[in-house]
Design a protein around this ligand. Structure first.
Ligand SMILES: CC(C)(COP(=O)(O)OP(=O)(O)OC[C@H]1O[C@@H](n2cnc3c(N)ncnc32)[C@H](O)[C@@H]1OP(=O)(O)O)[C@@H](O)C(=O)NCCC(=O)NCCS
Length: 443
């Protein structure tokens, strides 16, 4: 148990009681989820208004959480009694597991990945999320994890906890009535195979993509089963019988990427293939896989996900065949240990700057001398009342840090203050990146 919240106000006819927050693991005594772990999983499904999983599905999900070293944080109403569901089912859920993120440096950096955040309707806006997230971020700091990441159901929730938008995702469609011809020659061959035949390769191929993609997050165990058709998604853990797969082989016949996809059904006009997962160790592999999918007889449209500023329109013979259907924020990042985060990043240019960082939770707050020399970053804390060149909130520092937006962009948005345009030039140079960060994984 990590704490109690005070009794809340009247909501409808029920009065939520004192809240107790507990941190525990995906317990599986005798190979089955403990009552506490099972009710945690039940609460997550209810929190997202989804059907509850059955015993077998709960076992699978708990086993995956064990494999990922997941930590559960649950909030209970100490005063709830039967027949209230919350006599044993948590009123708040939150989980976190360790992963890595590609910030363009020589090594992947550890990141605390947060998911399954829910608070039951009658208990909302009483500080339950705040209690869970502040406890977890402190836990990550204590474990010397420099960054935390999540995806957000609403853009207004996590900025106050220091998370900034760092990757965006586009849903695109390609008109493939005459194929998806690329201007550059292909770099290998594509073979069709059963998704289950990817079993031995998925882990390694996803890891290669992760190493080569700025902004990428490591995959969780769930993803391996999804790639191989062991299950559809979190809500449907039955085998995915409609899933198809293709493997890309390089010039030496070695696998270097794969794609899973589905036919949308004959009731869809025009006939369409949907890319489910695309894993490519290089942009060339991705181009080949997309071209392969565009080459299916009767198929007029391909849909998939990709980064903002995708290379596809530049790569395609018919650039207008690519159309963006929607765009939204995907990954949100939180800097917890500023010196470790900055030292682990890759840099294209050297420079130095004094940055004042505002952080309401305190983790990265202060005035910092940021120096990059020969591509190596270093941040040292300056005395509290020191002069500084620019000031921003830690959430916007995350956006600058990953190279999602430039300092000039953030200044234009009014969320970065710099006294002098030359300061913006310096910041723009220091934090520039070769590519826009992109994250393939969902969690
Ligand atoms: C989002 C959710 C977890 C928030 O839980 P909660 O216990 O009500 O949040 P808290 O009371 O701790 O709120 C903390 C702060 O965030 C704000 N906040 C919480 N949810 C918010 C929302 N959806 N939009 C805007 N602000 C929100 C609160 O106003 C409060 O602000 P303040 O401390 O600056 O005054 C809860 O509303 C929920 O379960 N929503 C449905 C499921 C969901 O979307 N989960 C998030 C998945 S990423």
């Amino acid at each position: 148990m990590i704490g109690n919240l005070q009794r809340g106000g009247q909501m409808g006819s029920s009065e939520p009681g004192t809240i107790r927050v507990e941190i525990f693991g995906p317990e599986m005594p005798d190979g089955v989820p403990s009552a506490r772990a099972a009710s945690f999983s039940r609460a997550i499904a209810r929190g997202f208004y989804e059907p509850e999983s059955d015993d077998a599905e709960q076992k699978t999900l708990t086993e995956l959480d064990v494999a990922d070293q997941t930590v559960y944080i649950a909030a209970y109403d100490q005063d709830a009694v039967a027949p209230s569901l919350h006599a044993d089912v948590p009123v708040g859920t939150y989980l976190a597991f360790p992963g890595t993120i590609n910030v363009g440096g020589p090594a992947l950096l550890p990141v605390n990945q947060i998911s399954a955040v829910t608070v039951t309707p009658a208990y909302r806006r009483r500080g339950i999320l705040r209690a869970m997230i502040t406890a977890d971020l402190q836990r990550a700091v204590d474990a010397r994890i420099p960054l935390a990441a999540l995806t957000a159901s609403e853009a207004t929730i996590y900025g106050r906890f220091g998370f900034g938008r760092v990757t965006e995702r586009v849903r695109f469609e390609l008109d493939v009535s005459t194929g998806a011809r690329m201007r550059a020659p292909s770099t290998g061959t594509v073979i069709e195979l059963a998704p289950s035949a990817l079993e031995g390769q998925v882990c390694q191929l996803l890891a290669a993509q992760h190493r080569n993609t700025h902004g990428s997050l490591s995959n969780a165990s769930f993803d391996y089963g999804q790639a191989t058709g062991r299950w559809q998604n979190y809500q449907d853990l039955k085998p995915a019988r409609d899933l198809r797969a293709a493997l890309h082989l390089d010039g030496q016949g070695q696998p270097d990427g794969f794609m899973t996809y589905r036919f949308a059904g004959w009731d869809q006009e025009p006939a369409q293939m949907k890319i489910a997962m695309l894993c490519a160790s290089t942009p060339a592999v991705r181009r080949d896989l997309v071209e392969y999918l565009g080459d299916h007889d009767l198929i007029k449209k391909v849909t998939g996900y990709g980064p903002v500023g995708d290379v596809l329109p530049s790569a395609l013979v018919d650039s207008r065949s690519y159309k963006v259907l929607s765009l939204w924020d995907h990954l949100w990042l939180r800097i917890l240990d500023l010196p470790a985060a900055l030292a682990g990043r890759g840099y294209l240019n050297d420079g130095s700057i004094r940055l004042k960082v505002v952080d309401r939770l305190g983790h990265a707050a202060g005035t910092w001398l940021v120096e990059v020399s020969q591509g190596q970053g270093n941040a040292s804390r300056l005395p509290e009342a020191s002069d500084f060149d620019a000031q921003l909130d830690v959430r916007d520092l995350a956006t600058l840090y990953l190279g999602t937006r430039s300092a000039s962009h953030l200044a234009g948005a009014g969320v970065l203050e710099a006294g002098d345009p030359a300061i913006l030039d310096t910041l723009d140079r220091i934090f520039s990146t070769r590519t826009t960060p992109y994250c393939y994984t969902d969690f």
